[in-house]
Write a protein of this length. Structure first.
Length: 335
């Protein structure tokens, strides 16, 4: 892997699951999405979710301008119809004549939905989807941030999410403490993924008792990061003094070489069912993401170095060094 740089459109990523939309974005009409520089159309055909290359084989028109008719997608240009597996079922101009052998359109190797997000794998996936149990736990309140499109690198975003040593500086107005913290980690390799545990002090600006003056601002929290390659992460935060749990999931869609789309949600069991507090939590998380994006969008090279000699690493970088090792293994396993 000497010198390898992981780009948003690296061919190895074709054998991976990627988020491409929220479930509620795909309804009665076909929806165009872009992944790894390739255009796809999502559609629910006869109750089956499918992802087809967004290009009719006839005159290469986008199928996403067509219409769903029962269990087929009809091209809006010349009316060709395609089933969920991409098979061409009708060519109006041919009548009953036999359809050309090349009339079918390519379907994604796999497409599925989990916890309100649609995932697509262009080729047979070698990775596993990230499991976030709290996302379907009825004892939690759930809120989704609006999807974010930004000019960023997917690998750099995953690196950023797992990196804690930037908190005091980039997030001084939100989750950062006044001084840099020497974090301790427990890191476990899980297939093409990681489980990372840590405990440290942080300023709990969200705690109502802090505002009331009955609890100190600096409190302890236990963190559990679950990372699954290539670009899916969740963070479970258990608050010691305030009690309760906050879970943040973070899925990155590498749209093309220069662009990503981010899907993130919060899951809280400490808000007493208060929807206003949930809305405030969502706004707070968005503020944190925006702080990250202000830096991430300034990167000129949006690729993530996988060769550990390309950058200088220190002890605080252990989680993100392991991230690079996992992604190196994923790239090697994809070929």
């Amino acid at each position: 892997m000497t010198g390898r740089m992981l780009a948003n459109d690296d061919p190895a990523l074709r054998r991976c699951w990627h988020p491409v939309a929220r479930s509620n974005e795909v309804g009665q009409d076909p929806v165009p999405v872009r992944l790894l520089g390739e255009d796809w159309v999502l559609a629910r055909l006869g109750g089956t979710l499918t992802a087809l290359v967004d290009r009719c084989p006839h005159r290469l028109a986008p199928l996403s301008i067509g219409a769903i008719e029962g269990d087929v997608l009809r091209c809006g240009y010349h009316g060709w119809c395609f089933a969920a597996d991409g098979a061409c079922t009708e060519i109006p101009s041919l009548g009953r004549d036999r359809r050309p052998a090349r009339a079918d359109v390519r379907a994604a190797a796999a497409v599925t939905e989990r916890d309100g997000v649609i995932f697509l794998a262009p080729e047979a996936p070698i990775n596993e989807l990230l499991d976030v149990p709290e996302a379907s736990d009825p004892s939690f309140q759930h809120g989704a941030l609006d999807a974010i499109t930004a000019s960023v690198g997917a690998g750099l975003l995953a690196d950023n999410f797992l990196d804690m040593s930037h908190f005091p500086f980039l997030h001084a107005a939100t989750i950062g403490t006044d001084d840099a913290v020497d974090f301790e980690f427990d890191i476990e390799r899980v297939g093409y993924g990681l489980t990372i545990r840590s405990r440290h002090l942080f300023p709990n600006h969200e705690d109502p008792a802090v505002k009331a003056g009955t609890r100190p601002l600096l409190q302890h929290r236990n963190l559990v990061y679950e990372y699954r390659a290539p670009f899916s992460v969740s963070l479970r935060i258990d608050y010691e003094e305030a009690g309760g749990t906050n879970v943040i999931d973070f899925f990155v869609q590498p749209v093309d070489a220069d662009t990503c789309r981010i899907y993130s949600s919060v899951h809280r069991n400490d808000l007493d069912g208060d929807e206003q507090r949930l809305a405030e939590c969502i706004a707070y998380e968005r503020k944190i993401v925006d702080e990250d994006l202000r830096l991430q969008e300034r990167y000129r090279d949006k690729r993530l170095p996988l060769d550990l000699t390309t950058e200088v690493h220190v002890r605080a970088d252990r989680p993100t060094v392991e991230l690079r090792r996992v992604l190196s293994a994923l790239v090697e396993g994809a070929f």
